[in-house]
Design a protein. Structure first.
Length: 302
């Protein structure tokens, strides 16, 4: 029996399954989805009464994650031809031919449907905000990338709506704290994506995307806007405390993290290199989770 087994070919099914999982994981844009879920968590914390409904929180985060992952797949589908001419995206599952567009479209549809259905069980308002997020992301931001450099500014709306959706999931309605968090998320996206656009400006130009560094190649056009939006972000980040939605723990996190975020942004203004821009991106990725942690500690400690 041992000799017979040794002569048999090793099954390759596990490798195929691993490859399939890896490709669909990439198509779901996990980095973006994680930040979207963290933003929704922050909104839920701000919107919840004294006692957090953890079952409702779980439904909110799962529904938000499914909608985000499905939207990511739709975005990959819509941009597959443009991705094929950019160096950093040419080996993605669709432009490389590893996955079929029809399959990705189907899985994306199933994920969005599952997400919207899950959020329907949370409340109607949160569900409608999720639908608006998907619609604006795919119907406004995605096509606008090839038409106007304002695409990044427009994209901040669907990028910030999940935070507002998290708030309405906890509170059941809109509120000042929810809109404050929406403003924070909208402003945060500008330095994050401007720095990314600067790093990959040649790739974006090759694909015909009208990102700001492509339309206005002088580095000051990008770095100055990055600094202005970051300064606005730091100022607006204290609003939740000013309106009484958070306490001193969040305020301390907002002020300290804001100052820490400003450091690489100011370095980017003076150095104007891809290396400096990457520092801005790395700092931005940590910024929102730290703010949400401050909100959570305010709730659990004070």
């Amino acid at each position: 029996m041992t000799q017979i087994q040794a002569q048999l070919p090793v099954p390759k099914l596990s490798g195929r399954v691993r490859s399939l999982w890896s490709d669909y994981w990439e198509l779901a844009k996990p980095e973006i989805t994680l930040l979207v879920v963290v933003a929704a968590l922050g909104g839920f914390i701000l919107g919840s009464p004294e006692r957090v409904d953890y079952a409702l929180l779980l439904s909110t985060l799962v529904g938000t994650a499914l909608c985000s992952a499905g939207s990511g797949m739709f975005n990959h589908y819509l941009e597959r031809h443009h991705d094929s001419v950019m160096r950093r995206t040419a080996q993605r599952p669709l432009p490389s031919g590893r996955r079929s567009p029809a399959a990705v479209l189907m899985v994306g549809g199933l994920l969005v449907t599952g997400g919207v259905t899950t959020l329907w069980t949370v409340n109607l308002l949160t569900c409608l905000l999720a639908v608006a997020t998907v619609g604006l992301y795919l119907g406004a931001y995605t096509p606008l990338k090839r038409l106007s450099s304002l695409n990044t500014l427009v994209g901040t709306i669907p990028g910030a709506l999940p935070a507002l959706g998290g708030f309405t999931a906890g509170a059941g309605t809109f509120g000042a704290a929810g809109w404050a968090l929406f403003a924070i998320l909208a402003l945060w996206q500008m330095p994050h994506f401007l720095a990314l656009a600067w790093i990959y400006r040649k790739d974006y130009a090759r694909a015909g995307y009208r990102m700001l560094p492509v339309v206005r190649p002088k580095p000051q056009s990008t770095t100055r806007r990055t600094l202005v939006y970051t300064l606005l972000l730091v100022a607006v980040s204290v609003l939740p405390t000013l309106i009484g939605a958070t306490g001193w723990i969040y305020l301390g996190a907002a002020v300290l993290t804001g100052g820490w975020f400003l450091a690489p942004v100011m370095a980017f203004c003076s150095q104007q290199t891809a290396k400096a821009a990457r520092r801005v991106v790395r700092a931005s990725v940590l910024y929102i989770p730290v703010l949400v942690l401050g909100m959570a500690l305010d709730r659990w400690i004070l």
